[in-house]
Design a protein around this ligand. Structure first.
Ligand code: RFL
Ligand code: PHB
Length: 393
């Protein structure tokens, strides 16, 4: 097999890259290790930045999002015993957000790929990037019991944090930055009406978050110790812990019901630099992970593939490699901005085991400052909204 861009991974980064490349007349093949059903069953992100919404709309992927998603202006923050306040990105920047599930985006991407007869090979195993430093990059892999080879000009590693792409880059060429947090998030999805705002709560019992997927589908999270297992958390235990972490008037408006998904995710910040090695380019979680506080991960995957697709189009249509050569630095500027925001919000909103009374007072003072200062709110709005895409030149 032969293509221009071989894409490893059919998550949101890989499938969206394939779609953007196709729209710019560049051919690609996607190799995904898992089955389509498995990929579609993953429940993950839900809050899309304006830039992400624009990329989806501009590329024919906005119809169902606009019909079913929940547009909103920002986020609410509340902490024990105080009134909540709203970080209004619409007011400060003119930006809005869309609550729309990664699961739905993944469905929309598969449907778009089917419509154009895209080459997306699922259950492609043992994928090995070869000759990424040379002129004849290719992928070796197994599919339907056969050993196959895919020749290409470039390889896009969109295979998530545990994928093979980043691991093929020699350690001498890669710098890794990492921070692990001493807790996880237990999340549930339920067929109940959500609270009106995405609301982050800091409470002595731990962090909690109320979010949504649509007007009838809610997503909630609570901070849990790293050792906790999903089996430890009955629905009843989840709802009573969640409602204990919101002020009574908000808790009384939370509609409870059976969970339709329940999972625990650890929190971590991670960045690998540079995001290119020879003819291999890293995109999305393959290159960086953010803790979910701030909802940046999927949005970064979208900005990476936006920059990479634009760079590839300039290479094939204008014969210019300036954007390809600038890809890593440009993508990383946006990555580090969101990595910093997610780290800041994680520190601001969680209860850290072992924190001293000094740490606690400092955190509360920061929250008081945010609540009382219009400047601080405008600054956080700017960070939460995500920085605009850089122009091509
Ligand atoms: P993915 O989604 O991990 O997809 C990678 C794909 O590559 C496949 N793969 C391979 N394929 C071939 N060969 C191999 N060797 C392979 N190894 C792996 C995998 O099967 C998979 O299909 O990475 P991608 O595309 O970069 O997308 C990143 C996003 O999934 C991630 O950043 C977000 O989900 C993070 N995130 C959130 N991001 C947001 O922007 N807003 C949110 O509200 C938000 N909430 C969240 C989140 C992540 C969470 N969890 C579970 C980590 C909430 C949670 C709870
Ligand atoms: C979600 O809706 O899943 C969500 C919302 C906000 C976050 C993280 C996740 O910060």
């Amino acid at each position: 097999m032969k293509t221009q861009v071989a894409i490893i991974g059919g998550g949101p980064a890989g499938l969206l890259l394939s779609e953007l490349l196709h729209r710019q007349g560049v051919d690609s093949v996607v190799l995904e290790a898992r089955s389509r059903d498995y990929v579609l069953a993953r429940i993950r992100a839900g809050v899309l930045e304006q830039t992400t919404v624009d990329v989806l709309r501009d590329n024919g992927l906005g119809e169902r999002m606009d019909a079913q998603g929940h547009p909103h202006d920002g986020m609410r923050i509340v902490w024990a015993g105080r009134e909540s306040f709203f970080i209004d990105c619409q007011k400060h920047l003119g930006n809005r957000f869309m609550a729309y599930g990664q699961t739905q985006i993944q469905e929309d991407l598969f449907a778009a790929a089917d419509r154009r007869g895209a080459r997306v090979l699922t259950e492609a195993t043992d994928v090995r990037p070869m000759d990424v430093e040379g002129d004849k990059p290719h992928l070796l892999f197994r599919h339907n019991g056969e050993d196959l080879r895919l020749d290409c000009d470039y390889i896009a590693g969109c295979d998530g944090f545990h994928g093979v792409s980043r691991k093929t880059i020699p350690a001498t060429h890669l710098r890794e930055f990492e921070k692990a947090y001493p807790f996880g998030w237990l999340g549930i999805l339920s067929r109940t009406a959500p609270l009106p705002d995405v609301t982050y709560a800091n409470h002595p019992r731990g962090f909690a978050l109320a979010s949504m997927r649509s007007s009838t589908l809610s997503r909630y999270y609570v901070q849990v110790p790293l050792e906790d297992k999903v089996e430890d958390w009955s629905d009843d235990r989840f709802w009573s812990e969640l409602t204990a972490r919101f002020p009574p008037e908000m808790a009384s408006r939370i509609q409870t019901g059976p969970s339709i998904e329940k999972s625990i995710a650890p929190l971590r910040s991670f960045v690998a630099e540079p995001m290119r090695h020879g003819r291999l380019f890293l995109c999305g979680d393959a290159a960086h992970i953010v803790p979910p506080t701030g909802a940046k991960g999927l949005n970064l995957a979208v900005s990476d593939v936006f920059y990479l697709a634009r760079a590839m189009a300039a290479h094939y249509h204008q014969g210019s490699d300036a954007l390809i050569d600038g890809y890593s630095a440009m993508a990383l500027r946006r990555v580090w901005s969101s990595v910093r925001t997610s780290w800041y919000l994680t520190n601001l909103l969680h209860r850290f085991p072992g924190n001293s009374s000094f740490d606690q007072r400092a955190q509360e003072t920061e929250l008081d400052y945010l609540k009382s200062s219009a400047h601080a709110q405008a600054s956080l709005a700017e960070q939460y909204a995500g920085i605009p895409f850089e122009a091509a030149s």
